[in-house]
Structures are given as structure tokens and as C-alpha cells.
Design a protein around this ligand. Structure first.
Ligand SMILES: [Zn+2]
Length: 440
């Protein structure tokens, strides 16, 4: 009997243990329905929420794991885009991640609101449509599952994952890990970033309310962001977000951060956003939505403009005065185009820099237009940082070619067309865009 009683008691305990998962013991509060206490997404609810959203939109969303944590918990990611588009793989890549620090749930929640914005508004909202149809969007809402389960900053090695990336590692950081990139969660995220040809990376944290720019190799005790070589690009983007939601920016508070590695080593435009000062206070659902509404706007802005986080030249107009073939070249990107070389029918013109938003007139002698030719453009769109060893990070070169025949150029004679799209329609111009990215 005693054995039976003990067995029964053990069963009851086991049942209670199943019913009260680690979330209870870990102080990660439960969800309730309706407008009562709202609880942030935690590791135990993340996968089912992602699955639910993806299954409602199977044509444009899929959920997968980018790898497992130390304790074997999956780092779930959702990919959103128009998979059926023949050119899908060419779409600019936008990556959003959150919760490198396990107790920063509101970063995860902002990421969840962003996913929800895209999927629930697809077909209804022009911005959501644009992002879904013109971007490859990836969101990993929880980089540190083990830390989230225990509701602590670190992973199970007591390592700060956002100090462990192998760029300027260990210079100014605590709990940075045994060696650069030693942690499996960091390795998984690096492998993901490295293999997805990204144009823009946005990493979410909590604790302050501002944007954080990647560190650069300046030496010394405190290593703030050095405004080279992309200060204009970073200023432009940060100013635009400031104009949108009134958020300021600062330099990093430690070395070995994910954004420093992604920018410095992979030449991906990378920015960190601290979405709110409070870390973990439960609030009503609508309060959470209101609190994170502005950070959500910043995520949408970054996704929408993922292809402008660099210089981006396009032909605004083409005209032929008889004496000259004139191309008006506009930089639609947020960064300057540097060392621009334009080639046309054997002639070459070099322009040192075309600033963000600026238009440059490129003129070739008329005889150059006599033979069939194409305008070629080559420029540096982002340079990246110097690493600790003094090795230059590979420049990212963009090559574009605007192919047009002499007849087509002649047909533009004397007419300054209002826009490239119109001319393209009228003259049947063929635009070929080739991007070649040199990375270390
Ligand atoms: Zn953090």
C-alpha cells in the first residue's frame, strides 16, 4: 500500500510537473486570452505562434530552425516572401533577429508584431504587399532559447551571446565566452547570415530606447563608432528613423556584437535597436502593442528600404542632343556612391562620389552613340570596416549595365524624358543589373 501511495504521489507530482512547464518556475508569465494580463512570447509559445501564422499563409511564409542551442532547443526562423516569384532569390534580403539576451522578451515581441504585420496585412496594405513581394525577409525572434527558458541574459555557458561574435572580440566585454565565436547559438546565427546574401540586418534588444551602431576599429579603452567609411549612410538611416519615431542613436556598449561582425566582416548594413527601457514587466496586450508600435514602424522601414542601405544608382533620364548623349544618374540609396565609373561605347567617365539623393549628369560624345552599346556603371556601395589585423574588409562593388541600341538612343534625341520607366516603355530599353559582392 505504501508503495502504491508513493507511486500515486509520484504520478501526481509528475502530472503537476507536466502541467507547470519550466515557464512557471522561470518566472516567464503565462498567456491568458482576451485583454487580461498579456504575456510576451516565450520559448514555449514561440513555435506554435509562428506555425499558426505560417500555416495561414503557406504561399508566403515558412518556419524552420537555423540550428539548436546548447541544450538542444531550436532557434526558430520564419521566412516571408513571394516564393513563387521566378526572381525570388534576387530580391534584397532583410534579416531581423531578437533576444540574444534571454530576458529581453520585448525584442521577440516586436519581431512577432512585425511578422504579424506582414502576414495579416498581405493583400490589404500597400507596404506589407511591397515587402512581401519584393524582399526575402527572415525573422529569428529568439536567438537565445536556453536563456529565455531560464529568463536570464546569458546562454547555458553563462556567455553573453552579443559579446561573443568574432569581430573585435574580447576587447571590451564581460562574459564574452572562452574564445571568439565559441558559442553554438552564435555559430548558428553566423552561418545563417553568411549563407543568405543579406542586404540589411536589424537586431532587437531591450534596456534602453535607441539605435546602436556597430563598433569600428579605433583602438583605446572605449571604442565608439568611427564615422568612416559609412558615416553618411549610417547618419542618413538613423536620421530617417529619428524622423519617423523620434529615436536617437549611439555607439555600442561592448565588443563582439552581432551587428559589428555582420557589418565589419560580412559587409551587411547592420543596426541594433533597443525597443524599450523596461525589460520584462507584464502589461495588458493593448499596452504592449502601443508600447512597441514605434519600434515596429522602424522594423517596417528597414525592411521596406533594405535595398537602399548603400548607394543605389539608377538612370533617371536619357537624352541625345545630337552633340552629346546625356545620362542623368540618380543615387536613390542612403549612402554615397564612391568611385563611380561609367562606360559607354569605349569611353569611360569617372566620378569620385555621387551623394545620397543626388543626380549626376554623365555626358558622352555623340559619336559614342553611333554604335550599339550599353551604359555600364560600376561603383562602391559600402566599404565596411578595417578589422583588428588591419585587413581591409572586402569592398562591395555593384555593376549595372543599361543596354540600349544607337537607334534607341537617337530616338531619345533632344528629349529629356520624365523618367527612366517611361523611356524604358517607349524605347524598349533593356536593363541588366549585375551585383557582384566581394566578401571576406
Ligand atoms: Zn540585449
Amino acid at each position: 500500500m505504501k508503495l502504491n501511495a508513493a507511486f500515486s504521489a509520484a504520478l501526481v507530482l509528475a502530472f503537476i510537473a507536466v502541467c507547470l512547464p519550466a515557464s512557471s518556475a522561470n518566472m516567464v508569465p503565462f498567456e491568458t486570452d482576451g485583454d487580461e494580463l498579456y504575456v510576451y512570447t516565450n520559448y514555449f509559445t514561440l513555435k506554435s505562434k509562428l506555425d499558426e501564422m505560417a500555416q495561414a499563409h503557406p504561399d508566403i511564409a515558412k518556419v524552420f530552425s537555423i540550428g539548436q542551442s546548447m541544450e538542444g532547443n531550436d532557434m526558430w526562423c520564419i521566412e516571408i516572401g513571394k516564393f513563387s516569384d521566378a526572381n525570388y532569390s534576387e530580391h534584397p534580403g532583410f534579416y531581423l533577429d531578437a533576444t540574444h539576451h534571454g530576458d529581453e522578451n520585448r525584442g521577440t515581441e516586436t519581431a512577432m508584431f512585425f511578422i504579424e504585420f506582414l502576414l495579416e496585412n498581405y493583400g490589404k496594405n500597400a507596404t506589407a504587399n511591397f515587402i512581401v513581394e519584393n524582399r526575402r525577409t527572415y525573422v529569428t525572434p529568439m536567438i537565445n532559447p536556453d536563456g529565455n527558458i531560464k529568463f536570464v541574459r546569458y546562454n547555458d555557458n553563462i556567455v553573453d551571446l552579443n559579446r561573443n561574435y568574432p569581430h573585435e572580440w574580447g576587447i571590451s566585454a564581460e562574459n564574452q565566452g572562452a574564445s571568439a565565436g565559441s558559442e553554438i547559438e552564435v555559430q548558428n546565427n553566423m552561418a545563417f547570415i553568411s549563407s543568405h546574401n543579406l542586404d540589411c540586418y536589424f537586431s532587437l534588444h531591450t534596456g534602453t530606447y535607441d539605435l546602436v551602431r556597430p563598433l569600428c576599429d579605433v583602438g583605446g579603452e572605449y571604442r565608439g563608432f568611427r564615422p568612416e567609411p559609412d558615416v553618411v549612410l549610417y547618419d542618413t538611416v538613423c536620421d530617417k528613423i529619428n524622423g519617423l519615431i523620434g529615436m536617437g542613436y549611439r555607439g555600442s556598449s561592448g565588443t563582439g556584437e552581432s551587428i559589428a561582425w555582420a557589418y565589419g566582416v560580412k559587409s551587411v548594413f547592420s543596426l541594433l535597436m533597443e525597443v524599450c527601457i523596461d525589460q520584462d514587466l507584464p502589461v495588458a496586450y493593448e499596452d504592449a502593442r502601443a508600447k512597441l508600435a514605434d519600434p515596429l514602424k522602424a522594423c517596417i522601414f528597414m525592411a521596406e528600404n533594405a535595398d537602399r542601405m548603400c548607394a543605389k544608382l539608377s538612370v533617371e533620364t536619357v537624352s541625345n542632343s545630337g552633340a552629346e548623349a546625356v545620362f542623368k544618374i540618380k543615387n536613390e540609396g542612403f549612402g554615397p556612391a564612391i568611385n563611380c565609373t561609367f562606360g559607354f561605347a569605349g569611353n569611360s567617365i569617372h566620378v569620385l562620389e555621387i551623394g545620397s539623393g543626388n543626380i549626376s549628369e554623365i555626358k558622352f560624345p555623340a559619336e559614342a552613340a553611333e554604335s550599339d552599346s550599353a551604359l555600364s556603371m560600376e561603383y562602391v556601395k559600402i566599404k565596411g570596416m578595417k578589422t583588428q589585423g588591419g585587413n581591409e574588409v572586402g569592398e562591395v562593388i555593384v555593376q549595372s549595365a543599361y543596354a540600349l541600341s544607337s537607334d534607341e538612343l537617337k530616338s531619345a534625341g533632344g528629349v529629356s524624358t520624365p523618367g527612366f520607366e517611361l523611356l524604358a516603355l517607349a524605347a524598349g530599353l533593356c536593363m541588366v543589373l549585375i551585383c557582384r559582392k566581394r566578401r571576406r
